[in-house]
Write a protein that binds this ligand. Structure first.
Ligand code: ARG
Length: 481
């Protein structure tokens, strides 16, 4: 068999050697190739531009892998000491921006291994024993997500605290509750604010669930079939803080459910932030005038001097689409993939990174917005007191006097119709006016049909009665710290 030389700088592999000027360095996998990788392909396939942020996890994983190989009798103590020292030096270089990136490093995994070998010599070439970038990249992404989800969970908790604080500070503020964006029944502003705390509580639950399910060590799956070396995967899992190890190597290298779950949880979180943003935009409009956003969180118009625009909530609302897009993109990337690893999977990282960065920024700025809200309680109270929000109370009053609800609803409807015709509010009516519609109306009717009474009576679990809302605030303050 003749050995053909590679056109440029080929020949016997110089493990770890770097190329001179104008020469591309050897790839770590160049053994079976006769030709160099085309520059275009190098650029097209590279992930280094975005996966470099995985470096702390890559190094953490490599150190654990070294220790596991030592325990398995594959590496000597001396080799492991030198490798760990080298990896720590690589990490320092990356942290301080001194790391010599090379355009021909495909990804962060290869860049780190290449540099390690430059620093400690050929023994660096032993690091990848029993490992593949396929199990390695899944490991890195899981480690990254565990940490990133931890700080996002903390951010969401701070946002919840902001809502609870505002709810406590505005316990006596009444506003119209809406359905179909039509005034419906009076509610406490605090009750409305706490609705978001419940949504965010479910968001945190979803993120915790996702984190629990991705807390599984894939290392040891090798490229797809497992590894020949007698590695103790449970030991590696312990070193890296994983609760379990994957049970199927093919699944381990091809599964990205965990990333999809995170993107899905983030999409739902963003949907909630977007709904909040929409309300902030509406409520701060001239039409509502329920709230004022802090000047420092609004922007002006380059043309209209009077404008104070709610750009921040608008952008949170706008960025929601971007996070949904990442979820859809990854679902689509995965839908046609045969087992096991396929390079398509490299597309997961930009989606995950951008979704997390976006959601984290939106959570943080939303907390600032909520903290900085000024509430126009008089405008809210005015709105709660007009528009027949007590019509249901009127019907319920008639029910207490023995009228079937359907009939009571019809009667109250006729009262509202008459008021509309005469341009009057319910509170303008006298007992005589009411008795024209039904003789079940008695003296106590006028006292029963008030905003305060309406609120007070919603005293079941989950209702807007002040006592209930206060109790929920107390429970949340205890739970959220
Ligand atoms: N950069 C790759 C990724 O993000 C790492 C795994 C590459 N594996 C391979 N067989 N080419 O998925």
């Amino acid at each position: 068999m003749t050995q053909r030389k590679k056109p440029r700088g080929g020949g016997p592999r110089r493990s770890g050697a770097r190329a001179g000027a104008g020469q591309q360095p050897e790839k770590l996998w160049s053994g079976r190739f006769r030709e160099r990788t085309d520059r275009l392909v190098e650029t097209f396939t590279a992930s280094l531009g975005f996966d470099r942020r995985l470096y702390p996890y890559d190094i953490q994983g490599s150190i654990a892998h070294c220790k596991t190989l030592e325990r398995a009798g594959v590496l000597s103590r001396r080799e492991v000491v030198s490798m760990i020292r080298g990896l720590e030096e690589v990490k320092r270089e990356l942290e301080t921006g001194r790391f010599p990136f090379d355009p021909s490093d495909e990804d962060i995994h290869m860049a780190i291994e290449r540099r390690l070998t430059e620093l400690i010599g050929p023994v660096g070439g032993k690091l990848h024993t029993g490992r593949s970038r396929n199990d390695q990249v899944s490991l890195d992404l899981r480690l990254f997500l565990k940490e990133a989800l931890g700080s996002l969970l903390e951010g969401v908790r701070r946002l919840q605290q902001a809502f609870v604080k505002q709810a406590r500070a505005h316990l006596d503020v009444v506003m119209p509750g809406y359905t179909h964006l039509q005034r419906a029944q009076p509610v406490l502003l605090a009750h409305h604010l706490l609705a978001y705390v419940e949504m965010l509580e479910r968001d945190r639950g979803r993120m915790q669930d996702a984190r629990g399910r991705l807390d599984v060590l894939p290392l040891g799956a090798g490229a797809l079939a497992g590894t020949n070396y007698p590695v103790d995967r449970v030991y590696t899992a312990k070193l890296l803080g994983f609760s379990a190890v994957t049970e199927n190597s093919l699944d381990a290298v091809s599964d990205r459910d965990f990333a999809i779950e995170v993107l899905s949880a983030l999409s739902i979180l963003m949907m909630h932030l977007s709904r909040l943003s929409e309300e902030l935009v509406l409520w701060s409009s001239q039409e509502f005038q329920f709230i004022e956003l802090p000047d420092s969180f609004c922007t002006g118009s380059s043309m209209m001097p009077q404008k104070k625009n709610p750009d921040v909530p608008e952008l949170v609302r706008g960025k929601t689409g971007r996070v949904y897009g990442h979820l859809l993109a990854l679902l689509t990337t995965l839908k046609g993939l045969p087992l096991s690893y396929n390079r398509d999977l490299q597309e997961d990282k930009e989606a995950v990174f951008d979704a997390l960065d976006t959601a984290s920024a939106c959570v943080e700025i939303s907390a600032e917005l909520v903290n900085g809200l000024t509430v126009h309680r008089a405008a809210m109270a005015r709105a709660a007191n007009s528009g027949y929000l007590l019509a249901t109370e009127l019907a319920d009053y008639l029910v207490t006097k023995g009228m079937p609800f359907r009939k009571a609803h019809e009667t109250a409807g006729r009262v509202v119709r008459a008021c509309l015709d005469e341009g009057r509010e319910l509170r303008d009516l006298t007992l005589t006016d009411l008795r024209a519609f039904s003789d079940r109306f008695e003296k106590d009717a006028l006292d029963a049909v008030t905003v305060e009474g309406a609120l007070e009576r919603k005293s079941q679990i989950g209702g807007t009665a002040r006592k209930r809302v206060e109790a929920r605030i107390r429970a949340l303050e205890r739970a959220l710290g």
